[in-house]
Ligand binder design. Structure first.
Ligand SMILES: Cc1cc2nc3c(=O)[nH]c(=O)nc-3n(C[C@H](O)[C@H](O)[C@H](O)COP(=O)(O)OP(=O)(O)OC[C@H]3O[C@@H](n4cnc5c(N)ncnc54)[C@H](O)[C@@H]3O)c2cc1C
Length: 272
């Protein structure tokens, strides 16, 4: 189906495909991963660049709801399993995130749009230095990018700074730690927790990630900002903008800084 705009340019209406849920995996108390079987005839349609997202559509409480969820697996994992995996962190009062976390089961059919988005990192034959900075559910496109780069670029170095409230609320923690162990020479995983009741943790790795903390962590780990080839930032808008401003101020090439924002953090009400 298509629409003919007055410019004469034909725009295809996005086409949703009903996909079967193959698995629902609990990641944390508030997050699940949902995998879809991709039938052979849709393999080409659902071919993706790591970092892209799927748009899901469902009728929830009588309302047509459409939301984006990033693919959170590498290209090789997708090819090997014939599935695509997304993950959703439950948002209080949220329509689709609550439905995905509490209602959806294997065997259900969900309408899904082909992958979209330009928060991507086409792999290359050269050796690169890549830094990714993610917070909370912002890890979803980043785990796809990081894993694909490590699998497809044998000489590339990757640093991931990943912020969460606590170890237990961290999505893909075991998977990332196992990847860091497996690729120890090329993948530096730096976890930052905003809530640490023990007081025993390194203060630099405690608290919310912001530009100043990122600057200090990069100095300590010996990453020379102007020499980084590509940056990938994903998380709340405030964090992404603060980190971007900081690293560009430290000499990062603006065109090398890619970012994806999931959500505008609520602006606190002004004090009376
Ligand atoms: C390109 C893109 C990729 C995304 N990828 C992912 C992903 O991989 N995993 C994932 O969990 N989410 C992802 N999101 C966010 C996701 O699309 C939804 O916005 C989120 O799940 C909330 O939808 P909802 O229907 O549950 O909440 P809604 O019903 O839309 O919102 C309910 C309330 O929660 C607030 N709210 C909405 N979103 C958030 C949020 N993210 N954090 C805090 N409060 C919020 C709203 O202001 C509203 O008050 C992505 C968003 C974009 C744009």
């Amino acid at each position: 189906m298509s629409l003919l705009k007055s410019s004469g340019v034909r725009h295809r209406r996005p086409q949703f495909h009903p996909l079967t849920v193959a698995a629902v995996e609990r990641l944390t108390d508030r997050a699940v991963a949902v995998s879809f079987d991709i039938p052979d005839e849709l393999r080409e349609t659902f071919r993706f660049e790591p970092g892209q997202h799927l748009t899901l559509r469902a009728t929830i409480g009588g309302t047509d709801v459409r939301r984006s969820y990033s693919i959170c697996m590498s290209r090789a994992q997708a090819a090997g399993t014939g599935r695509l995996r997304i993950a959703s962190q439950e948002v209080d009062g949220g329509a689709m995130s609550v439905w995905l976390n509490r209602v959806v089961r294997p065997g259900d059919r969900i309408e899904v749009l082909a992958p979209l988005g330009d928060f991507v990192c086409p792999t290359v034959d050269t050796e690169r230095e890549i830094v990714a900075i993610a917070a909370g559910s912002g890890i979803t496109p980043v785990i796809s990018l990081v894993r694909t780069v490590l699998e497809e670029e044998p000489g590339t170095q990757v640093t991931l700074i990943f912020g969460n409230r606590t170890p237990d609320s961290t999505m893909f923690r075991a998977e990332l730690e196992s990847l860091a162990e497996h690729c120890a020479a090329r993948f530096d995983l730096i976890e930052v927790f905003s809530r640490d009741s023990s007081g025993a943790r390194d203060p630099l790795l405690t608290g919310r990630i912001d530009g100043a903390k990122v600057r200090q962590i990069l100095r300590r780990t010996g990453v020379a900002v102007p020499e980084v080839d590509e940056w990938f930032l994903c998380g709340p808008i405030g964090l992404v903008h603060d980190v971007r401003t900081t690293i560009v101020g430290e000499g990062a090439e603006p065109a090398s800084v890619h970012h994806e924002e999931f959500f505008q953090e609520p602006v606190p009400a002004p004090a009376d």
